[in-house]
Ligand binder design. Structure first.
Ligand code: N2P
Length: 349
């Protein structure tokens, strides 16, 4: 009897060892699920994280902050790291959809420029780590429009009917109209929101599309003008230098996108390792070099290509910065924005 038991144990042990060895040969790779904007991380950052942590990075993309918030609110799980903008971080915190970060696991937090920390949307950076920042403005095809447009009004010019794209991002697109009217992008005044709505409805017959994924439209020549984030135009411009970017004189928005860990992650430890890894100066530099967005790690400047460092469209001069406002959570007025946006989207084009 005893002998049989010993034999069984040996077999079980051997099987166990085979299982463990099997795991060591690949199956044990941990998965890091990143939910982010399109073209918003470098291949180098992904590859090096995968190598160093024996992990596999799975990327899923969203098109705008509302989509990200709505998905998490609807209970979609399985993501370990998400990339909300400023005001969306505030919304996610209020909804209880992001987890507090354990800074002990993120020693590279000290690499961050204090100017990007402790923002209104997350005092003390309990839930968020700054990632990339940029501006919204106008991307234009300089072969056809040689003079840099200085005003948002060009997107209302009949001459370009059917060749204009607007960002499909409620707060950003409302911000264009609000700035044209001389109002704050964070107004909660129903009258001002209604005026902005009407201006965008007036523009609609000229608009070819509303999308935040503008690359193909620019490259294929289907549009001549687009409301866009700077990096998205500058990345295309590397290969298609006719595409240029300006921030109009009426002013615009400045965004700060952040790394957060959503509730429902099943690997918070790996998520924190990933965030820490991204904050390595050389790694975040590779992200900026690819995306053409500024980052919040000053030491990364040493690794950035000269042209990028000196590009005022990436690092705007003070006179441009003065014209920029950051979007904020508008609280109850969000409903008014939502109604305005629905009216714009459903208006006859
Ligand atoms: C990247 C989009 C930039 C994110 N394709 C703006 N918050």
């Amino acid at each position: 009897m005893r002998g049989r038991w010993v034999w069984q144990c040996l077999v079980a042990g051997a099987l166990g060892a085979v299982f463990v060895m099997g795991c060591g040969r690949g199956e044990s790779k941990q998965e890091l699920n990143l939910f982010t904007w399109s073209d918003y991380i470098s291949e180098e950052a992904v590859r090096r994280f995968e190598e160093e942590y024996n992990a596999h990075v799975v990327i899923d993309t969203f098109e705008d902050n509302d989509e990200l918030v709505a998905k998490l609110q609807a209970g979609v799980t399985g993501y370990d790291v998400i990339v909300p903008s400023d005001y969306a971080v505030q919304q996610l915190i209020n909804l209880g959809l992001v987890l507090p970060l354990n800074k002990e696991n993120i020693p590279n937090f000290q690499n961050l420029d204090p100017r990007f920390l402790d923002q209104y949307f997350d005092p003390g950076n309990v839930y968020s780590v700054p990632y990339l920042w940029g501006t919204a403005g106008i991307g234009y095809n300089s072969e056809v429009i040689p003079e840099p447009p200085d005003s948002w009004w060009i997107l209302w010019d009949e001459k370009y009917k059917g060749e204009i794209n607007m960002l499909d991002e409620m707060r950003e697109t409302m911000a264009v109209a609000l700035k044209m009217l001389g109002y704050s992008v964070n107004t909660t005044d129903p009258q001002q929101i209604a005026e902005a709505r009407d201006l965008l409805i007036r523009q609609k017959p000229l608009v070819r599309s509303y999308t935040t994924e503008t690359d193909d439209l620019m490259v294929s020549g289907q549009i001549l003008l687009t409301h866009a984030w700077n990096g998205d135009v500058l990345r295309v411009a590397e290969e298609y230098p006719q595409w240029k970017y300006v921030v109009p004189k009426e002013g615009s928005t400045f965004f700060l996108d952040n790394l957060c860990i959503p509730k429902g992650t099943d690997n918070k430890e790996l998520a924190e390792k990933f965030i820490n890894f991204i904050l390595e100066p050389e790694i975040i530099a590779s992200v900026s070099a690819f995306t053409h967005y500024g980052n919040a790690v000053p030491a990364s400047m040493d690794y950035l290509p000269e042209e990028l460092k000196n590009d005022p469209a990436v690092f705007p001069p003070d006179e441009v910065i003065e014209r920029l406002e950051m979007l904020r959570d508008v609280g109850d007025a969000e409903v008014l924005y939502g109604e305005a946006w629905t009216a714009i989207k459903s208006a006859g084009g």
